[in-house]
Ligand binder design. Sequence first.
Ligand code: TNX
Length: 533
Amino acid sequence: MNRLTIALFAALVMTGACAHGPRAKAPQARPDLRLAPALQTLVPAPETIESAPGPGFTIDANTVVLATPSQPEVLRIAGLVAELCRRSTGTAPPVRAPADVIAPGSIQLRLVPDEPSLGSEGYRLAIAHDAVTVTAASPAGLFYGVQTIRQLLPYWSEYQAVMFTQPRTATLPAVIIRDRPRYPWRGAMLDVARHFFPVREVKRFIDLLALHKMNRLHLHLADDQGWRIEILKRPELTVKGAVSEVGGGPGGFYTQRDYADIVQYAADRFITIVPEIDMPGHTNAALESYAELNCDGQARPVFSGTDVGFSALCVEKDDTYRFIDDVVGEISAMTPGAYFHAGGDEVKTLTPEQYRSFIERVQTIVQAHGKQMIGWDEVAATPLLPTSIVQHWRPNAARGELARAPHLILSPGNRAYLDMKYDGDTALGLNWAGLIPVQTAYDWDPATLLPEAPGASILGVEAPLWSETTATIRDVEFLVMPRLAAIAEVGWSVPAQHAWTSFRVRLGAQGPRWTALGINFYRAPEIPWTSLK
Ligand code: TNX
């Protein structure tokens, strides 16, 4: 078998080294050019790909999908495979129970819980002439294997209502892929407070994460401009606190039913929702709704600007902690994931002592409701429980404090902030952390970003989208894509596969797929976008 890495192959394609690059090093193994389409369509890059002999697997009218009927999750994922086949060829293959011998023409999903080498999210995808097998130790691993198959299928498999005049066939290349994520935390954040996004738009955002094997969606559910989640014990939050947004638009909020719908949609794609209620600052919407949360007992007026740092809950009052207990309690009860994000950023009106004792109290409340507390990197100044997580965002945050954090999520503002402009001409977005062209979002290593922090403390990466300048999901998509794909690869792919020359080609190959999905992505001029045929 001819083994090679994506990085090697793409570097060869880019430089033309194979044929005529005088300064190019001789390749170790001769690349098998039949692999080109497979290698160039996968983002994030898998751990290893081996070319397999033979012509690949053709999906046609005889194809069947095999899944064990007693495993409902596997059966559900088999349904996704059948749907992808239908969109690729016009014919949906039946889903059947596997027999003892692998039937020719089958795509089989195999759950092998005692296969330790695959890890809890890894998979093995073997594509041969007569069969395709996805093997994983968990349903999540099978799902990621299916996302890989999806990126190997023609772009038109992203159109939902395909109707071909003649049934087509689609051929998957003969390969063996072994793949698993580098980090367990591969997330994005959507700020639904500065501008509100209805449930169907949040689902669209979730779809982008799923396509890139990301597994956390952090929802920034409250800020100065709006409170976005129904709390039954505190109804004024959504009566008074939800009716505005940046620029004075109507705002909005998720009912608890809406939230459950989002949680389920995400869970179906192996994505954990991480709810955030930012406190003690960024709380004007709460201070509008309940006068007793203010030290002077006066409710605050609605705010639809973009300043930060002016609002704070009254940290000396018991009312405040009763309020926090109600909010954390209801949200935690609705959230199956292990985390509650308590914000903690940009507090300019409290003393360091007030801030520290507030965070310690909140941490205890979060723990009492069975969750791990996450806080923005300002919370690293507070003694934290061993379960607590610090989300690094300020490029100049105190390194010593971060090194002591029990766990870290990396969202460096100058790399991972999806709301920064691409370049000086970008109309949307901010620039306080600098301009972030695609290569800047891509070319960094979580393992060396904070040299003082122990490697084991790093859970992974998260890309936040703050929505001061994005009023619709179309605006969000423009800032997020393609940089979300860059951060996804930083979080998923092993360092040996990390290479800009490879990534930009594979990214360019997403153009037709993203177009078919209707994504309003930024056509970064440095990316060789494949045109739609
Ligand atoms: C800083 S990042 C903030 C947000 C803003 C963002 C804009 C963080 C923890 N706080 O309040 O929306 O910058 O980029």
